[in-house]
Ligand binder design. Structure first.
Ligand SMILES: [Cu+2]
Length: 69
């Protein structure tokens, strides 16, 4: 299991977290997505076949790019 905590500046409320959860959960292998709207931090856990590149691509597509890549 891989895990990352990422800072996403575009997060402004719980709906943003819900959108990120919904979109990332569609990637096969993503196990858990959790976020804190106040801190703008999202925690993602995944196994293969998901990988960081596919997660990052989805985040970029939906407008929630992490600050550091
Ligand atoms: Cu929001």
């Amino acid at each position: 299991m891989e895990e990352k905590h990422i800072y996403i500046p575009n997060i402004s409320c719980g709906h943003c977290i819900s959108t990120i959860k919904r979109e990332l959960s569609e990637i096969e292998g993503v196990r858990a997505v959790d976020g804190d709207p106040a801190a703008k931090i999202v925690t993602i856990q995944w196994n293969a076949p998901a990988n960081w590149e596919s997660i990052l691509k989805t985040l970029d597509e939906i407008g929630y790019s992490p600050e550091e890549k």
